[in-house]
Write a protein of this length. Structure first.
Lengths: 135, 456, 494
């Protein structure tokens, strides 16, 4: 298996979500390693806009033919946008996982957000983590 | 006798191959103190003996070949064309398992795909699944789906008093692990729609009605659409229970705003069988299908581009989602769904409509005759399909005893146990296309004799 | 000339022709009752076919199915044994088929008699005090059992107990059932011998004092192994204040060998469609009666038929019942078949069934493990065993490929694959007692041939099946863009 791709501008959770800060919002998707493990993604179940989430909450589900995995919020806040395009073309998650964002979270405050981001892994740390996990 | 194939010689050879002295040695992991208990079972019978034993029990039942029936209440005595049993007796169908290997299960899969198509058509819904255990559990699974769709944030379930009493009981049994509030069941059974609408609030997950309802009454589609609008105004789900035979004639739930359709499929091609096996019909909107329970068959293509069928959307199911699955259901009622599909195909468009029309024609003829009898009163205030409520001059059990012993008639269902507010002596009568005018006249005669004996 | 079974069969809707009629229902001379126009549907687009075409449609479809009657069906955990034909005659007797579930009880005494006798026989086989026949399938029995446990605990003032322990080798229905009953599932690991790990169990018990509602355990477990510490496990759960639910899916290994109640199981379902030979019907109907010990009996769903003092039979609702779990009384037609089977066997016959099921599985395992890895092959298996569809010298070949190639060889249905989840590339094989040594030998030969092909011609396996009504199907497309009815197919075509 080829080495999983990384987005150098993102931080990573142990449950394989990536998060990028864009315009003050936390944008969340699943990593290349995660989509590779799932194989062909067939459906993405997205949260409702307006939902309040805590870091670590299961807020979305990503399904392949043989598996279904929860997607956790890596940071706390309010869901302000969901990528409904994934409902019709879930294959985007396989094709370009760092473009296929799932949802955007407005953080409680930028300080909170920074604290939560600091607890996540850098691309290098995540790469090592994936390798150790044996994926 | 057993159906074991091995001979003593086979066993000896096999034991030698695996290096074990005797069969008992294979069970050394079983706690010795409890190993090989003496079971106190009746002695083994040959095939001829067991058939005689069964025949003796079967003969103690008053079957509906020798008796005329006006009993419905959720299980219906219809004519089942001969080819239905012929098809479900094909052992390629009845001795196969769930179609996990689609390449060698295309028969079952295509038949289910066609079944789903016909149930969706009949109910006016977008998609049907491959069936649940029965109408009651299908209804319960529908309510659970509504809870999932409202993300378990709502705790009120509104059920009409005329949803089959057993279905309501099963919904409550299934959901006893959740902190929910059930309302609506104690409303007056002949006039509940306005009051039911009043009960819907922003905490309501699901509103359940039956049409035709348990008392046979039919509501106008326009009135039900109003109810649906009220349900949707509160972002709740509207679940409609309906007898599939009635849908040969009546406006289907999908056309008056239902989000979920549930029904008992016994009437379409399955024998009474003393209550089972039956099948639960279930259909819903496409947008909700991924939160639904149970198996679903989908169409696809193989590597050569040839059309084929597979179990699909399986990521909802227990074997993948485990504790997060939409339900624990594993098996459907496949052979019963097949019988239902064959029945609908055999009768087809014209046949099903005719069965439904005959059912209602007979019921209205019978009701008009009973209404003329002194001491009896038909209580349904509005339109009804093939069941109606009659107030009798004496307890239902006394009338039914008389009908059975004097007229070979299995009478109606005693409503006293479920609807005490209707007063004493109320009976739910049912006709199907199998009830001849002569049978109905015989029933009327029996009822007249009782009221005369009673001095009415 | 025989019809080629690989030829596509058009759907009913493609065969339909306007105005064609099949079966005509009876119509009698009564006045027509016209319901108001606004109550009636405008259109009823059901198919229109002649009876002759309906019959050939379904007969052709049936030929695209594999069934037990055609041959070996070693589908692990499903107990695909031969379905005796006498069962079908029994269940179709007029006095069983043509009776309404709500008929006065004095007119159905024979039906209640059969049910009571079946309850008594299942209780005797399992050692339980009471049995309800109402649940319609194994998973339905599980829900019944867990709801019974929950209600019992509430009644004795232990309603705070909210955790059900489940071994990681369990069927998915166990955790799904737990959630449905409003309880939480916590997993117990398996040890290196395939048993539930006692240390893992003890750790969880210590972690959740006062919260353990019970344990769900399958024995023999899904690895086909007898849980060697079953008595100790039950004792530990009881000591922690919980109850033990037995998943009876694998009862075929232990009839007359062990009564589950004797080792501490409190409540258990039976799969009549596995152990007691009622046909699987392509996925139902089944039946999942539940038996339990005395203290749980008042909580069973009902009504349950019982003998009265005068010898007659009547319905009775258990005093503290969880309520009804379905409409009417249960899958009666399935109960008739299971009754027939048990009566033909008697105590000795049932023990012979389990003995031969276990012998056949061990014989097969002995030969299969020469070619394929069998992770727990050092132990004696029960009625089934789990091999692995991975061969050291054919790394690109998977369990799926082996299963599909078995279809080509046409001697057997493939085994269960990818379950249990704790064995990678699992091939779960259950031969049952109704197969001959020759059949088992042929299966071994087929698996050996496939192992050889995996090394020399892996593409042959990757592209299998070559000889079936359809080749490998695109399941990804089916799930991404679902076509769930013929109407949707037409819409998709535009």
């Amino acid at each position: 298996m080829s080495k999983p791709k990384l987005d150098p501008n993102a931080k990573y959770a142990k449950s394989h979500e990536w998060v990028r800060v864009e315009d003050g919002l936390a944008v969340v998707g699943i990593s290349d390693a995660a989509q590779e493990m799932l194989s062909d993604v067939v459906f993405v179940d997205l949260p409702e806009v307006g939902e309040e989430v805590e870091a670590g909450d299961a807020v979305a589900v990503v399904e392949s033919v043989k598996a279904a995995e929860d997607v956790y919020a890596p940071v706390s806040g309010t869901i302000v946008a969901v990528n409904t395009a994934l409902e019709d073309t879930p294959e985007q998650v396989n094709d370009d996982p760092y473009d296929a964002w799932f949802f955007k979270i407005r953080p409680v405050s930028q300080e909170e957000l920074q604290k939560e981001l600091d607890a996540l892994m850098s691309p290098e740390e995540y790469a090592e983590y994936v390798e150790q996990e044996g994926h | 006798m057993t159906f074991v194939v091995n001979t003593d010689a086979d066993r000896a050879e096999m034991l030698a191959a695996i290096g074990v002295q005797q069969i008992e040695d294979l069970f050394h992991d079983v706690p010795a103190a409890h190993r090989f208990p003496q079971l106190d079972l009746p002695p083994a019978l040959t095939e001829a003996e067991v058939l005689a034993d069964l025949r003796a029990m079967a003969d103690r039942n008053a079957d509906l070949e020798g008796n005329v029936s006006f009993l419905g209440a959720g299980a219906y005595h219809h004519f089942i064309p001969t080819l239905v049993d012929f098809v479900i007796s094909r052992s390629e169908f009845y001795t196969s398992y769930t179609p996990y290997q689609p390449e060698v299960s295309q028969g079952t899969l295509q038949a289910l795909f066609e079944y789903q198509t016909m149930i969706a058509t009949l109910s006016g819904m977008e998609v049907s699944n491959a069936s649940h255990y029965d109408g009651a559990t299908s209804t319960a699974e529908g309510v659970i789906m509504a809870l999932h769709l409202t993300r378990h944030k709502r705790t009120r379930i509104v059920m009409a008093p005329t949803v089959h009493p057993q279905y309501r009981a099963v919904v409550r049994t299934y959901l006893q692990g959740y902190d929910l509030e059930f309302v609506g069941e104690d409303l007056p059974p002949f006039d509940y729609l306005d009051a039911l609408t009043e009960l819907i609030d922003d905490n309501t997950a699901c509103v359940v009605v039956q049409n035709p309802d348990f008392l046979g009454a039919i509501q106008s589609p326009a009135r039900l659409q109003e109810l649906a609008d009220a349900v949707h105004a509160h972002k709740a789900l509207f679940l409609v229970v309906a007898n599939p035979i009635s849908l040969g004639l009546l406006t289907p739930p999908g056309e008056y705003g239902a989000d979920i359709y549930a029904g008992e499929g016994q009437a379409t091609g399955n024998a009474l069988n003393f209550g089972g096996p039956y099948l639960g019909l279930f259909a819903c909107r496409m947008a909700h299908v991924r939160k639904s329970a149970g198996r679903i068959v989908g169409e696809t293509v193989d590597v050569e581009g040839k059309r084929g069928f597979v179990l699909t959307l399986v990521a909802r199911e227990q074997f993948i989602r485990r504790e997060k699955a939409s339900s624990n259901i594993c098996t459907n009622q496949n052979l019963n769904a097949l019988a239902c599909a064959v029945y609908l195909t055999a009768l087809g468009k014209q046949g099903l409509r005719q069965v439904a029309q005959s059912c209602t024609d007979n019921a209205h003829y019978l009701a008009s005759r009973i209404q003329e009898l002194p001491g009896y009163e038909v209580l349904n205030p509005g339109h009804f399909f093939h069941e109606f409520v009659v107030r009798c001059p004496e307890p239902v059990s006394a009338i039914n005893d008389y009908l059975l012993h004097e007229k070979n008639i299995v009478g109606g269902y005693d409503l006293g146990q479920d609807y005490p507010e209707l007063g004493d002596n109320v009976m739910l009568l049912c006709t199907t296309e199998l009830n001849t005018p002569e049978q109905m006249d015989r029933l009327v005669e029996g009822l007249r004799e009782r009221s005369e004996a009673h001095g009415a | 000339m025989a019809l080629n079974i690989n030829r596509p069969e058009p759907t009913l809707f493609e065969k339909s022709r306007p105005g064609r009629r099949g079966v005509r229902p009876p119509v009698y001379d009564v006045p027509r009752a016209d319901l108001p126009q606004e109550f009636l549907r405008q259109d009823l687009p059901l198919p229109e076919l002649a009876e002759r075409d309906v019959v050939s449609h379904y007969v052709r479809l049936s030929r695209k199915n594999y069934g037990v009657d055609l041959g070996f069906y070693p589908l692990g955990s499903c107990t695909m044994k031969y379905n005796p034909k006498v069962n079908e005659v029994a269940a179709r007797m007029r006095g069983f088929v043509d009776i309404h579930p709500l008929q006065p009880v004095e007119t159905v005494q024979g039906a209640l008699e059969l049910m009571v006798r079946l309850q008594e026989m299942l209780a005797e086989i399992s050692g339980f005090q009471s049995v309800t026949l109402q649940p319609s399938a194994g998973a339905h029995g599980e829900l019944t059992g867990v709801l019974v446990i929950r209600k019992y605990l509430q009644d004795i003032g232990e309603g705070q107990r909210d955790i059900i322990l489940i071994p990681d080798s369990a069927h998915g229905t166990n955790p799904a059932t737990t959630s449905m009953a409003g309880l939480k599932a916590v997993e117990i690991q398996s040890d290196e011998d395939g048993n539930a790990d006692l240390r893992s169990l003890q750790a969880v018990l210590d972690k959740y004092p006062g919260r353990i509602a019970g344990l769900m355990i399958t024995n023999p477990n899904t690895l086909g192994l007898f849980e060697a510490h079953i008595q100790e496990i039950c004792q530990m759960i009881h000591d922690a204040g919980g109850l033990v639910y037995g998943d009876g899916a694998n009862l075929n290994a232990i009839m007359g060998i062990l009564r589950p109640a004797d080792v501490g199981i409190d409540i258990m379902h039976f799969n009549l469609h596995k152990t007691f030979s009622t046909p699987h019907g392509g996925g139902g109907p089944g039946a999942g009666p539940v038996g339990c010990v005395e203290k749980l009996a008042p909580y069973l769903p009902g009504p349950i038929p019982q003998r009265q003092e005068d010898g007659s039979l009547d319905w009775a609702m258990p005093a503290k019942s969880i309520g009804r779990i379905r409409s009417f009384w249960g899958n009666f037609g399935v109960l008739v078949r299971a009754y027939t089977y048990i009566r033909m066997h008697g105590a000795e016959g049932l023990r012979e069934v389990s003995e031969n099921a276990v012998l056949n599985a061990n014989y097969l395992m002995h030969h299969v493990k020469r070619t394929y890895p069998v992770p727990y092959g050092h132990r004696t298996c029960m009625h089934e065993f789990v091999a692995q569809g991975k061969l050291p010298d054919a790394p690109d070949v998977h369990a799926l490929d082996i299963a599909k190639r078995l279809i080509d060889l046409d001697n057997a249905h493939p085994p269960t694959i990818y379950f249990p989840l704790i064995v990678p590339e699992a091939l779960m094989i259950e031969p049952t007692e109704t197969e001959s040594k020759e059949t088992l030998d042929q299966f071994v030969a087929d698996l050996e041939q496939i192992a050889q092909e995996a090394r020399t011609d892996p593409e042959l396996l990757h592209e299998a099946p070559h000889n079936a009504p359809v080749r490998r199907l695109d399941e990804v497309q089916a799930a991404r863009r679902p076509i769930l009815s013929y109407i949707m197919e037409l819409q998709q075509q535009g």
